[in-house]
Design a binder for this molecule. Sequence first.
Ligand SMILES: Nc1nc2c(c(=O)[nH]1)N[C@H]1C(S)=C(S)[C@@H](COP(=O)(O)O)O[C@H]1N2
Ligand SMILES: [Mo]
Length: 197
Amino acid sequence: MSGKYFQKPTPQQSERVPPGQYLTKGFPVLTYGTTPQVSTDAWELQVWGLVQPKTFTWSDFMALPHHEFTADFHCVTRWSKLDVKWTGIQVTDLMKLIAVEPKAAYVMAHCYGGYTTNLSMVDFVRDENFFAWKLFGEPLPAEHGGPVRLVVPHLYAWKSAKWINGLEFLAREELGFWERNGYHKRGDPWREERYSL
Ligand SMILES: Nc1nc2c(c(=O)[nH]1)N[C@H]1C(S)=C(S)[C@@H](COP(=O)(O)O)O[C@H]1N2
Ligand SMILES: [Mo]
């Protein structure tokens, strides 16, 4: 594809574009189903499973250290967007506030609307993973996952759960929505882990 929406990467950019991906200038919205409308007052994140259960509110999140971060975003439907600017809270900072049992090796992210996606703890607990509530300096629009979404830059973007409202800690791997419907259980764009075999 070419023209207005898809660009040819410069040589510097092409090192950052995983195999089989095309650059887009816009920021497409990829949502299965309808967009949940959740106010910051109503928003909550619950943790359960192999962890001491706890609920975080918007003000709990606002009290955590804020960071700006820049990350590339790769959708399995083959568009990539470089240098997306987010503001949010590091996953590692949230992890300091919850008592996860050592046998927890996986986490299921749950969302308003029922979407789920699975991650190993190794993929989830990384310095560059964030809960984001701003996009390019503006409050995260509802269609992009506002008020709060997860961002996991090193995996395909279906792992970046929009409207996140839960983390379920698990000993064994379970599959989320797309992973049960044919997508790869891990989704590393550099290895083209698009589909399960
Ligand atoms: N809750 C929820 N999160 C989701 C999705 C979804 O349908 N529901 N789509 C995923 C997919 S496939 C992609 S590519 C990204 C798209 O994020 P965007 O719409 O902000 O571009 O969100 C991911 N997170
Ligand atoms: Mo996607």
